[in-house]
Design a protein around this ligand. Structure first.
Ligand code: F0G
Length: 460
């Protein structure tokens, strides 16, 4: 085989493996019916290749496992906390660092400290748990992402960007004092892992601060965002991921992080800020919901694994291999003509269910069904990111009807090989050729909060 360009490879080798189990189609059909056609409700033992999420499903390194042995389990003042604090200060740049049990723990604290009931919170698209906590704190979320984000086949390189015009209109309409803050998610999970440019982040920061509005970064996958800036934005090709990540964070006042992604761990979160007044509020609330500010719901060993994970995560070759594996999988599908969100995102490949099942209306949950059908045909588990995830408008009671109706095939870090993605792609291509046989679903059980996790469906 001849190469037209230099191939890449993972900057690690495999030391421990975990066997996978295959099942029959009949077994899987019974399993998905039993799970109410919700892939979240499957038993993981019935799954072959698990692309449900990249959250907490990462493989840790020998360095991380060995640091866990030296974790300090002191209730207060743990040495492991001070190490995590030092590493986070170095790579993110914020003054105050507080661990939480996971990302939504950080979102809960921050929303409670920063939102007065009745205020608005601007953001680039939404994330499910982030918006839920903003609403529970009495806020109303307003989406100010650029229009390109809602077009699954626009090739715009920074589809996560804030539309400055939309944002400015919101400020003028509602008054700056009625906007609690703006959340910038980078990259935007719900848009398909689409990045935010440095130029946009700088402009958002400038505009916000001119009006006295704080900028909160959802830095959950910020290192992936830094990689896209390095690859796509003029002036950044020669900068390291570490430098780019720090510059990006420097335009914000605070950040929440789900460490279960970028930091290569199975559990953990962070809330970080520069302002001592906000930190004082966070510190008084954290003991109610998470634990002491020096452990925030985590064991000392978890904080060690996070610190080590962050040091590994910002290495240029590590992040490059992570994103390139996602790209490899996406290209297999794209080249076969399967409708996916392009450009391919940082943490997964997103099937466009509106185009895949173009015969199903959105209120028959085409993405939910496609995720279920993919599981039945292949044992590959993905998740719905469409009308079910979007939930209901609390004013009107109707579903939100998001433009994007997607199935997310998320790539856990350092877990699967390219061959696993060949197999997944093979089944998806086969299903695409038989796609018009699919029927929709009706929802038969709907939980009040974050319904996508536990809703149940039946075939129509
Ligand atoms: N922000 C983003 C952008 C996320 O993707 C997540 C979690 C959170 C916040 C919340 O963090 O799960 O640690 O409480 N995303 C997972 C996912 C659930 O599968 O995308 P958490």
């Amino acid at each position: 085989m001849a190469f037209d360009k230099k191939p890449w490879a993972e900057p690690y080798r495999i030391k421990v493996v975990e066997p996978l189990k295959t099942t029959t189609r009949e077994h899987r059909l019974a399993a998905i019916r039993n799970a109410g056609w919700n892939t979240f409700l499957l038993h993981a033992d019935d799954v072959y290749i698990d692309l449900l999420t990249d959250s907490g499903t990462n493989a840790m390194s020998d360095g991380q496992w060995s640091r866990m042995m030296v974790g300090d389990e002191a209730y207060a003042g743990s040495r492991s906390f001070y190490r995590l604090e030092e590493v986070c200060r170095k790579y993110y740049g914020y003054r105050y660092i507080m661990p939480t049990h996971q990302g939504r723990g950080a979102e809960n604290l921050l929303s409670k400290c920063m939102i007065r009931p009745g205020q608005y919170v601007a953001g680039n698209m939404y994330f499910t748990t982030t918006r839920q906590h903003q609403e529970l704190a009495g806020g109303t979320f307003v989406d100010v992402i650029i229009d390109e984000a809602n077009n699954s086949f626009s090739d715009y390189p920074f589809k996560g960007n804030i539309d400055l015009g939309k944002y400015e209109r919101l400020i003028h309409e509602k008054g700056a004092e009625n906007i609690a803050y703006i959340t910038v998610g980078a990259p935007v999970n719900m848009a398909g892992g689409q990045p935010v440019s440095m130029e946009n982040m700088r402009a958002v920061s400038e505009l916000s601060h001119r009006h006295g509005i704080k900028v909160v970064l959802d830095a959950t996958r910020n290192i992936e965002n830094a990689y896209f800036i390095q690859q796509r934005e003029a002036g950044y090709a020669d900068k390291s991921i570490e430098e780019i990540n720090r510059e990006f964070c420097s335009y914000s006042d605070a950040a929440t992080v789900s460490a279960k992604k970028d930091l290569y761990v199975n559990i953990g979160g962070l809330v970080m800020c520069n302002d001592s007044e906000l930190y004082d509020k966070l510190r008084s609330l954290v003991v109610v919901y998470e634990g002491m500010p020096t452990y925030g719901g985590l064991a000392g060993r978890d904080m060690e694994a996070m610190a080590e994970g962050l040091i590994e995560a910002v290495q240029d070759d590590m992040i490059a291999s992570r994103v390139r594996q996602v790209e490899y999988f996406g290209n297999l599908l794209h080249e076969a003509g399967i409708p996916i969100v392009t450009p391919i995102g940082g943490h997964g490949v997103f099937l466009d269910a509106k185009r895949f099942y173009d015969h199903l209306p959105q209120n028959e949950f085409p993405a939910q069904k496609l995720a279920g059908d993919l599981y039945v045909e292949s044992g590959v588990r993905g998740m719905e990111r469409g009308i079910v995830s979007a939930g209901r408008n609390k004013q009107t009671g109707d579903h939100y009807y998001p433009e994007l109706e997607l199935v997310r095939l998320t790539v856990p870090r350092r877990v699967y090989t390219q061959a696993h993605f060949d197999v997944a792609a093979y089944y998806i291509i086969e299903m695409y050729n038989n796609r018009h046989n699919a029927h929709g679903l009706r929802m038969v059980y709907e939980p009040e909060f974050l319904r996508f996790f536990q809703a149940r469906f039946e075939e129509i």
